[in-house]
Design a protein around this ligand. Structure first.
Ligand code: ADP
Length: 601
């Protein structure tokens, strides 16, 4: 529908009204003017005709010439053609006004008077007739007035006037009337325009303000008006503006809260629309998928995510009425296992989409694997000595071993395997204790002198060193103190030195040193010239039951738990342990314990 401005609409209506009024009133005035003018002329002519009729007593007493002269005189004075006719309508005399175009009839001519007028005159009544000559374009008016003597019409006076002069005057009058109408019409239009503007301006201002409010410019006050309807409208819009502001603030607050919640979530949250375009993505999801959260909004998932499984999952989540769940692997420098849960979105518009929650379960999976491996490893480690003990005990019980030296050898093997079982169980218990105190953060610490701690480690390891003719070199500043759990740290250092002794050839040297590190930290280093460890084993060296050479470890009475215990003791102190090793050259284990103040417990 075409739209027009209020002012134009009001003005248009006003224009139509004014024009119609002016035209109608002008037309009526013109017609009335013409009627009045003609009536006045007829009146004048009738009066003149009456005067003539009364002034001429009868045609019997006057000579036709005298009558003609009288008629001419009357015609000259009253600017009409005068004809005097007898009662039968025959011309007696005629006189013509100057400039009158008609031709006067001669005496005795047949009457030019029409029948109606003649009969009226005979009946003693005046009559008026009009005639229009199409060839000359002239209009004439004629009046017939009877002269009555003794109740009888004796003479008929006929006055004929050319109306062109009075018509011209009438036209001039009408022109003036038209001019007046136009001027007053224009004045009415101008007044109408001013009024229309006055009425429409407050509405226009209000409309502009409402449009600004709709554009979000809610701070500006709305214009007030003294027109009741406009004022009611303004206050209604003002109320709406208030509600809009309040609603905007609420939505903003909700948005911020939602953003904060999504942003602080560990899980990634990804929302897509029905065409898998990303509608929302939180930081965790962007990090997991290696995306720039700001740059991917509004883009289709297939454009930005390289993982086909995730794209497929998103489609499934959009289509499925029920929540769906799956585990996917995201290939990257380090593969990550992601658990994805998708729920379809159904909004009122029927647009749809899905929300996908991504949870990185790589570590959980890893822990599950570690636990599974651990149980398998423990079972395996225990199975071998138990089987060995069982076998030898059964053999002895069957009494098939007669030689006392064989019996002794068997019993020695049984004792060794029992010791082994004992060490494994002891190590496992130690590990579990350390893990427990590590988890609860309840490792009791005390200030100890590092030199005396190292001395007790060395005295503990001395028998094995002597047994293998290996020298232990110690280096420790005298006044070095550390806040540690002495028995645990001693255990860790014993494990490291014991390994160094186990995996070194006889007559080599093992170094054990301690030094003050940066920011109050204490650094312990255990170095040997032993077999060394190939680089591929180093990342898994501290895992439980991980051994480079299983046979050798077992032969040497190792349980595969020593370094794992070291790692957990160091972690319980908030420290780090690292290894550098070169096969056939030697290994260096480095333990760094931060100062107690800096250790989070
Ligand atoms: P184990 O009881 O077998 O010694 P650990 O956890 O103490 O178990 O050590 C794990 C593995 O690391 C050992 O089996 C051994 O192969 C290797 N290893 C540990 N310390 C050294 C070292 N100083 N020199 C060479 N290899 C070592």
């Amino acid at each position: 529908m075409p739209r027009t401005r209020l002012a134009w609409r009001l003005f248009g209506g006003w224009c139509a009204l004014v024009v119609a009024f002016v035209v109608a009133s002008h037309w009526m005035a013109s017609v009335e003017l013409a009627r009045l003018a003609e009536a006045a002329q007829v009146r004048r002519m009738l009066d003149a005709g009456q005067a003539v009729a009364e002034g001429v007593p009868d045609n019997a007493g006057m000579e036709p010439e005298t009558l003609a002269a009288t008629a001419r005189e009357i015609g000259r004075v009253s600017r009409v053609a005068v004809e005097l006719l007898d009662a039968n309508g025959r011309m007696i005399a005629s006189g013509e006004a100057a400039g009158f175009g008609g031709t006067a009839a001669a005496q005795g001519d047949a009457a030019t008077i029409d029948v109606q007028a003649l009969s009226e005159a005979r009946a003693g009544r005046s009559a008026t007739t009009g005639r229009y000559d199409a060839t000359s374009g002239r209009r004439t008016v004629a009046v017939t007035v009877p002269a009555i003597r003794d109740g009888k019409t004796t003479l008929i006076v006929r006055l004929t006037a050319d109306t062109s002069e009075s018509d011209a005057e009438l036209a001039a009058g009408q022109r003036r009337l038209l001019l007046g109408s136009i001027v007053s019409g224009m004045a009415a239009l101008a007044a109408g325009w001013i009024l229309a503007r006055r009425v429409s301006r407050p509405v226009e201002e209000l409309a502009e303000s409402a449009a600004r409010v709709a554009d979000g410019e809610v701070g500006r006050a709305l214009p007030m008006s003294d027109v009741t309807e406009v004022s009611v409208l303004a206050s209604a819009i003002d109320t709406l503006r208030g509600q809009l502001v309040e609603r905007g603030l609420t939505i903003g607050r909700q948005g911020t809260q939602q953003e904060a919640v999504l942003g602080s979530m560990m899980e990634g949250v990804l929302a897509v629309d029905a065409r898998t375009r990303i509608v929302s993505i939180n930081r965790a999801a962007a990090d997991l998928l290696d995306l720039d959260a700001g740059a991917v909004l509004g883009r289709p998932l297939q454009e930005v995510v390289r993982n086909a499984d995730l794209r497929q999952f998103a489609l499934q989540a959009i289509d499925c009425g029920e929540p769906v769940e799956d585990d996917l692997v995201l290939r990257a420098v380090r593969d990550r296992t992601i658990r994805v849960r998708g729920t379809a979105l159904r909004d009122k518009s029927g647009e749809g989409g899905a929300v996908i929650v991504l949870e990185d379960i790589t570590d959980i999976r890893h822990l599950e694997n570690v636990r599974r491996d651990f149980v398998a490893n423990v079972s395996h480690e225990l199975k071998t000595p138990v089987a060995s003990i069982k076998g030898f005990v059964e053999t002895l019980l069957e009494g098939r071993v007669d030689a006392p030296e064989d019996r002794r050898r068997f019993l020695e093997i049984i004792a060794r395997q029992s010791d082994r079982l004992g060490s494994i169980i002891e190590d496992l218990l130690a590990l579990s204790r350390i893990e427990q105190s590590e988890g609860s953060g309840e490792v009791p610490i005390e200030r100890v002198e590092v030199a005396s701690l190292i001395a007790s480690v060395v005295s503990e390891c001395r028998p094995r060193a002597d047994e293998r003719s290996i020298a232990i070199e110690v280096e420790c500043p005298p006044a070095l103190f550390a806040e540690v759990n002495a028995p645990l740290l001693e255990q860790a250092l014993i494990n490291l030195v014991d390994n160094a002794l186990k995996y070194s050839e006889p007559r080599r040297t093992v170094w054990l040193s301690a030094a003050a590190g940066a920011e109050g930290a204490v650094e312990f280093v255990v170095r040997d010239e032993g077999s060394g460890i190939a680089a591929e084993h180093l990342p898994r060296l501290f895992e439980r039951f991980y051994r480079v050479d299983k046979g050798r470890s077992r032969r040497l009475g190792g349980t595969g738990l020593g370094l794992s215990i070291v790692k957990h003791i160091v972690l319980a102190h908030g420290g780090t342990v690292a290894v550098e090793s070169t096969p056939r050259v030697g290994s260096t284990f480095r333990v760094v314990l931060p100062s107690a103040a800096a250790t989070p417990r």
